[in-house]
Design a protein around this ligand. Structure first.
Ligand code: CAA
Length: 389
């Protein structure tokens, strides 16, 4: 069977951020609760003319510089920040990116897990038709009520992955471990803009799901904990991954020093600390962070991935980095994007938090604000209008 996996990976986040020190000052909280306690420094805030569609198109646009977009047979859009109960957000992206009219488009939802489901389904499609490519995009805006414990873990981002045969970045292994349980740790009913969360319970369920999916993975795969060089976790906040990875090491009775254990995830946390939670996109932005920030050649190294979506569905899967992967990354572009972002004050944060939301079909023109390639220009007659800048 031909190897299948990630051929290219690109992400995007908004050009505004709130430093969590600003939030801490406003809340009269010690900033170390955020910087040390949850391991987060900044959170991305989307401009009013940005949403999951524009972020997704921005993330995917760089992939087509050296790829024939007409070969994309399917676009899978993973999100839990849906903008429509019926139409897939991916259809707007299909137009903005000028994809082929014969490309199939679908949206997937299972909290932060859905991008992993999309990647696995994409691998299966490509295995059947190795001459085709599948574009997987995950795009989300993490939003909680003001003055709740979740507020400091907000953020936004989109990641686009091109799944192909003979991939140039990561070969994904066929064996996986899954775990599903009907729980209410984090959810967002259709009538709400913000998520509801049982915070402490959600962290416990995350750890339980990790153990369960690892056990299932261990039955299916011949790989053991010591075969992995690095690990990438779903990242609601970076301390969650650190706790989870120490937990997995303990489950496996690893004798590695704590410092070595922590180093196995360190590289994957860097972008998330600066962007905040990006839900379905977070795991794969974490993977990008790992491979773009490790100076050593990771070619041939085994990477473990833990994907978690509240509610809950979890998956442990694995992959190996391909020789020469460094030549196919967008490291400079990503790091310049993060460096060029503008810090906002608390007042501006509140303005951005209150996104335009006309409910009666009235027209709202949205001022140009984002520095991205695509923007939401208006909402009129119950329709969202997107344009390229
Ligand atoms: N200096 C250093 N550390 C400090 C500190 C200080 N001054 N003050 C507090 N801390 C530490 C605490 O000791 C704690 O560390 P431990 O967890 O290691 O004990 C940490 O900072 C957080 O403090 P609290 O437990 O008091 O924080 P909280 O209860 O106010 O909020 C949270 C924590 C419940 C996780 C909250 O951020 C939340 O609800 N987040 C949203 C839900 C979430 O992200 N859940 C993760 C699993 S679910 C998932 O992964 C899906 C998803 O994307 C949402």
């Amino acid at each position: 069977m031909l190897p299948v996996g990630i051929d290219q990976i690109s992400f995007y986040t908004s050009n505004y951020y709130l430093d969590l020190r600003t939030l801490a000052t406003e809340q009269q909280t010690d900033p170390d609760k955020y910087y040390v306690g949850i391991g987060q420094e900044k959170m991305g805030m989307a401009a009013h003319d940005e949403d999951i569609v524009t972020m997704a198109a921005n993330a995917a646009a760089p992939l087509f510089k050296d790829t024939e977009s007409k070969k994309i047979s399917t676009l899978m859009f993973a999100t839990e920040t849906g903008i429509d109960q019926s139409k897939s957000a991916g259809v707007y992206v299909h137009r903005l990116l000028d994809l082929d009219e014969n490309c199939r488009v679908v949206e997937l939802k299972q909290a932060c897990y859905s991008a992993t489901a999309a990647v696995q389904m994409a691998c299966a499609l490509v295995a059947r038709q190795p001459e085709t490519s599948v574009l997987v995009i995950a795009s989300d805006i993490a939003k909680y009520e003001l003055d709740t414990p979740g507020e400091a873990t907000q953020g936004c981002g989109a990641v686009a992955l091109l799944i192909k045969a003979n991939p140039r970045i990561l070969t994904i292994d066929p064996h996986v471990g899954n775990y599903t349980e009907d729980v209410m740790d984090f959810w967002r009913p259709n009538y709400r803009k913000t998520a509801l969360v049982d915070g402490k319970y959600s962290t416990k369920i995350y750890l339980k799901s990790l153990k369960k999916s690892w056990e299932h993975f261990s039955q299916a795969s011949s790989l053991s904990f010591s075969d992995f060089s690095y690990f990438c976790y779903h990242l609601p906040f970076s301390k969650m991954a650190q706790k989870a990875h120490r937990h997995l090491a303990k489950v496996n009775k690893s004798e590695l020093e704590t410092e070595v254990i922590d180093n196995q995830i360190q590289g994957s946390l860097l972008y998330n600390k600066l962007m905040g939670n990006s839900y379905a996109a977070a795991l794969f932005i974490g993977f990008t962070s790992l491979i773009e920030n490790k100076s050593e050649d990771l070619c041939g190294k085994k990477i473990g991935f833990f994907s978690y979506g509240s509610g809950c569905v979890a998956e442990f899967f694995s992959g190996s980095l391909v020789e020469g992967y460094q030549q196919h990354l967008f490291t400079q572009k990503h790091q310049s994007m993060l460096d060029a972002r503008e810090e906002i004050n608390y007042q501006r944060y509140l303005e951005l938090y209150n996104t335009p939301d006309p409910k009666n079909g009235e027209t709202v023109e949205i001022a140009e604000d984002t520095t991205g390639l695509f923007r939401l220009s208006a909402i009129a007659n119950h329709k969202r209008e997107y344009i390229a800048r």
